[in-house]
Every structure is written in C-alpha cells, then in structure tokens.
Design a protein around this ligand. Structure first.
Ligand code: ZN
Ligand code: ZN
Length: 81
C-alpha cells in the first residue's frame, strides 16, 4: 500500500510540472498550448499578440512591410504620372 501511495504522489507532481499555463490569464492549457513568436505559451483567447503583452517586435516587422509597400505605391504613382 505504501509503495502505491508514493507512486501516485510522484505521478501527480510530474503532471503538475508539465502543465502549461497561459502567460496572460494563467489558465491551465490542455494538450494544445499556443506558442507565440515572443516565446510564451497562451490559451486560445490570448494566443494573438494583441491579447497578451507580446514582447515580440512586430512593429519592426510592420515597418519593413510598410516601407516596401510605400515604395511600390510610389513607383506605381510615378508610372501613372
Ligand atoms: Zn489566456
Ligand atoms: Zn507574444
């Protein structure tokens, strides 16, 4: 009996350490935690960068995209004129 009890305790402590929690609401995540580009894991509600304090530098990425699209637009305008 005693050995069975210790085994149960070991199993529960293992599962506790494995359990993933949402970095925003601390909700227990099941088998499908959503990982973000910032390295955190979040629930379905907080997986979007806007719904958690995302540290990933999306602005730098957006600026790159914007500048390239602006150049394209400018090129088009020049062609039209
Ligand atoms: Zn969450
Ligand atoms: Zn993030």
């Amino acid at each position: 009996m005693a050995s069975l009890m210790t085994e149960k305790i070991n199993i529960s402590s293992n599962t506790l350490s494995i359990t993933n929690r949402c970095g925003s609401c601390n909700k227990k995540l099941g088998l499908l935690p959503f990982s973000c580009k910032c390295g955190g894991i979040y629930c379905a509600l907080h997986r979007a960068d806007a719904t958690h304090n995302c540290k990933y530098d999306y602005q730098a990425e957006n600026k790159k995209c914007l500048s390239t699209s602006m150049v394209k637009l400018a090129e088009k305008k020049i062609q039209v004129l």
